[in-house]
Design a binder for this molecule. Structure first.
Ligand code: PRX
Length: 637
């Protein structure tokens, strides 16, 4: 029986039973197997979900980059670690061997040190999907700096909020980025953000698009200034198991984004283990995860998981529809990709185009397909299975979160029989529970409730940067002794899980988590807006789209409503990013409210989906008359 290459369902059940009967022994065995520890742990696990306080492999000392890179140099130094595919297919791809990756990471690490970065300092990375992004992440880890990658599609305000929240000392960015046929002025956005970020002492700039940029003397430096003379060796910083490795921000249903903190040893063991198991990784495989490294999927399954296993990982700078809708499939053939991991929203957007874009390519290298980020609908699942996998590639519908560090519920290829739309079974070591609203665990099968985890796994986030109380309140206070995911799920007659969606005010649009509160805050800053409420509604491609119900101040009422809609979306793009723009906006004289003044989003959600029949009892509302008005107006939006 192997903990890794599980071969059939019975073996999965055996490993699973072992993992929950004695979790510490299980995770100790995994940690013993294939990592370089400078000192072994004194204790595998101590935990208390009340506080919450979770520690894995305490007492151990290590550096994750020795495990991602150095450990592979002797046996497979010339193997390709990273394949970089540019936005434009006419530009050459880059192939970085483990040896070359080591050289570049060490150089970058030495440059960070030269610019004053030390263990524990926070470094914000705001880069497009170019090799320097992965290199910067690893360089931080090399010297014990805590990286905070901010997706390069975020606006200057979003960037500033994240830099301020964790008082980053340095920003690594580029002159600009390519995205399909567009270029984006990243340096300009960064400059705007930095007006309100006094903690930043230095900006390190990567040249990507060759645009003219303004350098602020003493603060801004081109990477090339230091590159040649930087040494190729950099002694890795010795880290404690629970030293923070990175912060990654995720939207909450209320308030500012939450800086999820992941620590070193547990995250390492968990991403390495899940990568190997879920993707059934073999030495000759070429793994491509299409996510951006700005999201957790990219952290765990482009950078850390694959490199910890000595794999070849593909990093793609571009978008699925440039120069045409066949770009993904062209890349699969070009690099002989074996595992292809993407989001349902990408699948849906490609499925609506002609199959000619797919059929031009053989896709014969593919072995396993994956999806992540949101529920996959049955139609998209079948399109993926039939046209991309040609019916011969298992699909792993992987359920997890920024907070979980790695995949928690997923089929294991060739072992777990697939049922479309089901994430199926928990991975070894993962103990899900479904709870009813009163906090009772629903035992047995054929039940539906709120999805929780009742036991820690090594990849779980340890806190929210600077706000442990919020960590406790958000995840550990809804139900006693449980980590609450914020998702609803059902367990069918064979024990398979199907994720039914968020049960809080987070809406997943094109696989991106968007909290309603920050978007409402952004809209409310528009001078003509009095109040707003955002709800999601089903969308063919994005999964969900956003519907904004807005009331205007008197000054707004007299203005052209179409212009106002444009301005509101512009405000959202500036404050958050284009991904949070509203598909529909309805102006009303009021929003339905309870007598205590709470907006009744439940009613707005129904109206947004055109479901007017069963709005429930509205007589208790403070202002039932607005419901009729909103229904009428919604027919025209
Ligand atoms: O609602 C679940 C949904 O995405 C949320 C987590 O989003 P984020 O932290 O951005 O991480 C996304 C990538 C791991 C979850 O709470 N979600 C994620 N994967 C699935 C999913 N919903 C259904 N099926 C999935 N496979």
């Amino acid at each position: 029986m192997s903990n890794y290459h599980i071969k059939h369902l019975e073996e999965y059940f055996q490993v699973y039973r072992k993992s929950v009967t004695n979790p510490e022994l299980f995770w100790e065995e995994i940690a013993e197997e294939r990592f370089l520890w400078r000192k072994k742990w004194d204790r595998v696990l101590s935990w208390d979900f009340e506080k919450p306080d979770i520690r894995w492999y305490e007492g151990a000392k290590l550096n994750i980059t020795e495990n991602c890179i150095d450990r592979h140099l002797l046996p497979i130094g010339d193997k390709t670690a990273l394949i970089w595919e540019p936005n434009d297919p006419s530009e050459a791809a880059q192939y970085l061997s483990y040896r070359e990756l080591a050289r570049r990471v060490n150089k970058m690490a030495n440059i960070l040190k030269k610019l004053g970065i030390r263990k524990g300092d926070r470094v914000c990375i705001y880069l497009p999907m170019i090799p320097e992004l992965a290199i910067a992440v690893l360089a931080c880890a090399r010297i014990g700096a805590i990286h905070s990658v901010v997706f390069a599609g975020f606006s200057s305000v979003a960037l500033a909020t994240r830099i301020q929240d964790s008082s980053c000392k340095m920003l690594i960015t580029s002159d600009g980025s390519y995205r399909g046929n567009k270029t984006i002025d990243l340096k300009g956005i960064a400059d705007e953000a930095l007006k309100s970020c006094p903690s930043i002492e230095n900006v390190l700039l990567v040249k990507r698009i060759g645009s003219e940029v303004q350098l602020q003397s003493g603060r801004d430096h081109w990477l090339t200034e230091f590159w040649e003379e930087a040494a190729e060796e950099c002694t890795p910083e010795l880290m404690e198991a629970e030293d923070p490795l990175f912060i990654l921000y995720t939207s909450g249903s209320t308030g500012k984004p939450k800086g999820m903190v992941h620590t070193t040893a547990g995250y390492m063991v968990y991403t390495a283990y899940t990568f190997r198991n879920v993707f059934q990784y073999k030495d000759e495989d070429i793994h491509w995860c299409t996510a951006d490294i700005g999201w957790i999927t990219g952290h765990s399954y482009i950078v850390y998981g694959p490199l910890l296993n000595g794999a070849t990982t593909v990093m793609f700078e571009g978008v699925p529809n440039y120069p045409d809708f066949g770009r993904f499939w062209e890349i699969v053939d070009k690099h002989r990709v074996t595992q292809f991991y993407t989001a349902p929203t990408a699948i849906r957007s490609l499925a609506k185009e002609s199959l000619d874009y797919v059929n031009k390519y053989s896709l014969s290298s593919l072995k396993i397909l994956g999806t992540v980020g949101e529920p996959i609908n049955e139609e998209a699942w079948h399109w993926y299975n039939d046209n991309i996998g040609k019916g011969r590639c298992p699909i792993v519908d992987t359920w997890w979160q920024t907070e979980t560090g790695g995949i928690l519920i997923s089929p294991i290829p060739w072992s777990t029989p697939n049922i479309p739309t089901y994430a199926t079974l928990p991975l070894p070591g993962v103990q899900p529970a479904l709870l009813d609203d009163e906090g009772h665990e629903l035992k047995g099968n054929n039940v539906q409730g709120k999805l929780c985890l009742k036991y820690p796994w090594p990849g779980i986030a340890r806190t929210i940067w600077g706000d442990h109380q919020r960590f406790k309140d958000t995840y550990f206070s809804t139900f006693k002794n449980m980590y609450f995911t914020g998702d609803g799920a059902l367990r069918n007659d064979v024990g398979y899980y199907r994720i039914t969606g968020r049960v809080d005010d987070v809406i997943i649009v094109s696989g991106h988590n968007l909290g309603t509160a920050p978007i409402e805050d952004a809209i409310n800053e528009h001078p003509a807006v009095a109040e707003s409420a955002i709800v999601g509604f089903p969308h063919d491609i994005k999964g969900n789209a956003l519907y904004g119900f807005v009331t205007l101040k008197e000054s707004g009422e007299s203005r052209d409503h179409n212009n106002l809609k444009k301005e509101i979306n512009q405000t959202i793009a500036e404050k958050i990013g284009s991904i949070a723009k509203l598909d529909k906006i309805l102006f009303a004289s009021g929003l339905p409210k309870t007598r205590s003044g709470k907006i009744m989003r439940r009613i707005l959600r129904k109206i947004a989906t055109g479901d007017y029949a069963d709005l429930g009892d509205i007589s208790t509302l403070l202002n039932p008359e607005v419901v009729e008005e909103i229904i009428e107006k919604s027919k025209e939006v």
